[in-house]
Write a protein that binds this ligand. Structure first.
Ligand code: ME8
Length: 493
């Protein structure tokens, strides 16, 4: 029997060293649009959307220590802020995983034990113990090379790395690199967009990627999952974190695991590309598991050309946007600003004008005008074509191609054209005429406008489910009536 189509989509699990910001929101909104789209296409039970928080490691322990609270209380607080932010944005995840969940911790330990007894394709031990001396950036949670430093500082965090000398457990990465390279080249593991695929292949072809550690000394990182066979060590936070995509499905025996693995779409930005495109496939290969079908890498946003950071004070909080624009308009403003893969500056200062132009004057006004005219001139009754789904199908194809901006542009073009059609056909003139030809034309014009609006509502379903449903409800009522309150409220000056 052929397996039924299914769709497993994941976001990265976000660090809880700080509150959610617009970068985390972007990935999560994209995942939400895709999950809603595939639920419509494949049925609700055949889609699984996972997000969550990454709660172990030195970075989080440091943040908790600075506030003088224990790490668990600290992670409980910040993790719940992510949940609140996603509730505010109406994110329809199926599971919110936390790496401090006891189920996750147990599965990570089982995975590590399995790796320990595994041989690589070249018949080496997959895990081995070695002394390690190096520079460690806590901000990145990774070892960093001298050559990567700028003026002695980590280029991303502008902080001097720590010198570490530890005995750790390492993963024999080198033995897996040829297989990973082959799978990426053949698109058995698709890396999208193409420039990111090239970047990964470039890294792989250098052939000098060092093995990575799967444990850290519990003295330097006391906040983490115990390594089952060595009580001097804790699991390295990245092995812990990456395993969430499996533990969330109750790997290895859970029904969800059997149904949904491999992942169909893993979303991330390029900051964590190496971990997902090289380390993660290596771990999966050593567990003898299929690789995810696609890794989809979106751009990393800056504010005025600078990384978002608390120190600079330029962090954009999604809750603040929702408070001004509401959830659906916030999603629209974020997704329509730039293309999925583009590296860009977020320009929140452009949001008010765009909100008024596209949502209040564009979509909101169109709904009011069309429904008002049908109510006034045709007593709320108009027959219209439900079958012409050209826009809907075009938008669906763009969503599947991750061209969210293109999909929204297409919808807004139709909104603009529909508003223009009202201005050129002038139904209010025909409504006053006694001529039967004018009356017939008025019916035809309003029928076409209603059909356009119906199409627009359907096309919006995955982006703005509430607005979409509100419009459909109005158009499917026995009598069409102009809504008493506009779909989008004009911003107070
Ligand atoms: O890296 N622009 O967590 P993280 C766009 N816990 N997207 C951004 C962004 C920005 N400025 N900032 C963050 C971690 N993101 C690990 C992941 S996964 C097994 C473990 C988004 O809190 C983007 O998706 O630093 C990026 O890859 C992710 O948040 C990093 O989140």
């Amino acid at each position: 029997m052929k397996n039924k189509a299914k769709y497993y989509i994941t976001t990265p699990i976000y660090y809880v060293n700080d509150k959610p910001h617009i970068g985390h929101a972007y990935t999560t909104i994209v995942a939400d649009v895709l999950a809603r789209h595939y639920r419509q296409k494949l049925g609700k039970d055949n889609v699984y959307f996972l997000t969550g928080t990454d709660e172990h490691g030195a970075k989080i322990a440091d943040s908790a220590a600075k506030l003088n609270i224990d790490p668990q209380t600290f992670t409980d607080q910040i993790s719940s802020q992510f949940k609140i932010a996603w509730a505010q944005l109406d994110i329809s995840y199926d599971q919110f995983i936390r790496t401090t969940d006891s189920k996750h911790k147990k599965i990570v330990q089982d995975i590590l034990v399995k790796l320990k007894s595994t041989k690589t394709p070249l018949n080496n031990d997959c895990l081995y113990q070695a002394d390690y001396e190096g520079l460690y950036c806590v901000g990145c949670e990774k070892f960093i090379l001298e050559s990567e430093l700028v003026d002695g500082l980590c280029p991303d965090h502008k902080v001097a790395p720590q010198k570490l000398a530890e005995k750790n457990w390492f993963f024999k990465l080198a033995d897996y690199l040829p297989i990973i390279t082959e799978k990426i080249k053949k698109d058995e593991l698709v890396i999208f967009p193409e420039n990111r695929k090239k970047e990964v292949l470039g890294l792989l072809e250098k052939q000098n990627l060092p093995d990575f550690s799967i444990s850290r000394s519990r003295v330097s990182v006391p906040w983490g999952i115990d390594l089952p066979w060595d009580d001097t060590q804790k699991a390295y936070v990245w092995v812990d974190a990456l395993s969430n995509y499996l533990s969330a499905l109750d790997y290895p025996a859970g029904d969800n695991f059997k149904k949904f693995w491999p992942a169909d779409c893993q979303l991330l930005a390029l900051d964590i590309l190496k971990f997902h495109a090289i380390y993660w496939p290596a771990i999966l290969l050593s567990l003898d598991l299929p690789l995810p079908k696609t890794l989809n890498i979106h751009g990393f946003f800056t504010i005025d050309g600078q990384k978002m950071s608390k120190t600079i004070g330029n962090v954009v909080n999604p809750n603040d946007l929702v408070a001004i624009y509401g959830a659906e308009a916030t999603k629209y403003l974020i997704l329509s600003q730039f293309a999925f893969g583009a590296e860009s500056d977020i320009r929140v200062e452009d949001f008010p004008a765009k909100y008024n132009a596209d949502l209040v004057n564009g979509l909101g006004n169109l709904v009011s005008r069309v429904t008002n005219m049908v109510e006034q001139y045709l007593d709320g009754q108009v027959a219209f074509d439900h079958e012409n789904l050209v826009l809907v199908n075009e938008v669906k194809a763009k969503i599947e191609a991750l061209d969210f901006r293109g999909a929204l542009l297409k919808i807004w073009q139709t909104i603009q054209n529909s508003n223009a059609l009202i201005d050129t056909t002038k139904p209010w003139v025909k409504a006053k005429s006694e001529d039967t030809k004018d009356k017939e034309e008025l019916k035809k014009d309003l029928s076409l406008m209603t059909a356009n609006l119906y199409n627009i509502a359907l096309a919006l379903a995955s982006f703005m489910p509430q607005a979409s449903q509100a419009i459909l409800d109005i158009l499917q009522a026995e009598k069409i009536k102009k809504p008493e309150v506009g779909l989008f409220q004009r911003l107070e000056k």
